[in-house]
Design a protein around this ligand. Structure first.
Ligand SMILES: Cc1cc2nc3c(=O)[nH]c(=O)nc-3n(C[C@H](O)[C@H](O)[C@H](O)COP(=O)(O)O)c2cc1C
Length: 388
């Protein structure tokens, strides 16, 4: 798919000097707030069940290119998030000096550790875990924040909540923008107060046992225009692009558009969203079981996805593994770790949603400046008579 007009990369090791996000293809003239980037980074750091690494991680971001006077120049934007603990890691992680200290030789089950050693020919697990670590997702959140600020110009708003942790399920789903306040105030990003209490208790139990938990989060995008993505070629489908991007989040193992797995157990008459029309709302649906996408194309309803997150693989009561030097069974290496990161993963999910949608908006509405893009957008809205 030709998406060359919007792309993004990340760089950086978990205990390296900094994590970098690089975004190219945003139009010129877009107002960017550093405060918003930092507030998104702060939201990713939060969540009951996160480890003490969060006390060290910085949520300070530095924009080092692509902006002038708070406005985008149309050139690539690089954002740097420095590692506050770099002084303590320089001797182990210096780009040129021989690393000091013992190599890590006990690969952790559930991580890229062993396969990474084999693949790249390393004899120190640290060479793998530093980049495979979810610290990289801080850069995604910074890039996602730029995408989110772009999308806000088109009236798109993205929210996430935790739907379950372990077996504890929330009875509530995100329905409106105003739900954001309750979610942000919840230590587990959950709208359902009864479930929230049980989730916290479960996380405490897991921590006491040296164990970990996973769960499910949902991400919604309000105000997405109909017509993003295409059924005309497989890789242009919006649902497929979302699945790909969401499954690139470390520990994300399952993806569904809306309640896809529950819907698969029902009759068609119970699932498909009837089309209605009235003067005030234009075309709309009675329900949104499709999660806002049909035939790979957004249909004007809220985009709604759910993602299953596996339990954190680093356990403080470690599982067995094999010492790669001695070839003896030992307990796995223990790196500073979270007990549960589903709330944080949900914030990363918001970033992925923003990055995917920003790509599709850039593709559909083009323009070198934000004013060109908005003009094309308004033109399209009046052609399809879409009421937001
Ligand atoms: C926000 C976030 C925080 C995470 N924190 C940890 C952690 O502290 N310890 C850990 O072992 N895994 C953590 N993970 C999960 C691992 O990064 C992930 O399971 C691992 O890299 C293996 O990749 P895979 O689960 O996609 O197979 C976290 C994931 C996310 C999204």
């Amino acid at each position: 798919m030709s998406m060359a007009n919007f792309s993004w990369f990340t760089a950086g090791e978990s205990h390296g000097q900094a994590i970098i996000a690089f975004v190219s293809g945003l139009p010129s003239g877009l107002k960017i707030s550093l405060k918003e980037i930092e507030s998104d980074l702060k939201r990713r750091k939060k969540g009951y069940g996160r480890g003490d690494r969060m006390l060290i991680e910085s949520e300070r971001a530095e924009v080092i290119s692509g902006l002038r006077g708070g406005l985008t120049l149309g050139s690539p934007i690089a954002v740097k998030i420095a590692n506050r603990d770099w002084q303590n890691w320089q001797t182990k992680m210096h780009p040129f000096k021989k690393p000091e200290g013992e190599p890590v030789v006990r690969p952790r089950p559930g991580h890229a550790d062993l396969a990474g050693l084999q693949k790249f020919g390393f004899n120190d697990v640290r060479n793998v875990l530093e980049r495979a670590s979810a610290r990289e997702t801080a850069a995604r959140v910074a890039a996602g924040s730029l995408a989110r600020q772009f999308l806000a110009c088109f009236g798109v708003q993205i929210l996430s909540q935790v739907v379950s942790i372990g077996p504890v399920e929330s009875e509530r789903r995100i329905e409106k923008l105003e739900d954001a306040k309750t979610i942000e105030e919840s230590p587990v990003r959950c709208l359902d107060k009864i479930a929230e209490k049980k989730m916290i208790e479960l996380i405490d139990q897991a921590r006491e046992k040296g164990d970990t938990l996973g769960g499910v989060f949902e991400v919604v995008a309000f105000g997405v225009v109909p017509g993003l993505g295409s059924y005309t070629s497989w890789e242009e489908r919006l649902d497929a692009q979302l699945a790909f991007h969401f499954l690139s989040i470390p520990s994300a193992k399952g993806f569904s558009l809306g309640d896809a797995f529950e819907n698969s157990k029902k009759f068609g008459s119970q699932v498909h969203d009837e089309i209605l029309y009235d003067e005030e709302r234009g075309f709309y649906r009675l329900t949104n079981n499709a999660g806002g996408i049909e035939g790979g194309v957004s249909n004007g309803e809220t985009i709604w996805v759910k993602v299953a997150v596996k339990p954190i693989p680093t356990l403080s009561t470690p599982l067995r593994t094999v010492d790669i030097e001695k070839r003896e069974v030992v307990f796995a290496h223990r790196e500073r770790a979270d007990v549960c990161a589903v709330p944080a993963a949900a914030v990363v999910g918001e970033a992925m949603m923003a990055l995917v949608l920003a790509r599709f908006y850039r593709q559909k509405f083009g323009g070198d400046s934000i004013f060109d893009a908005l003009k094309a957008f308004e033109n399209y809205l009046s052609r399809i008579d879409w009421k937001r």
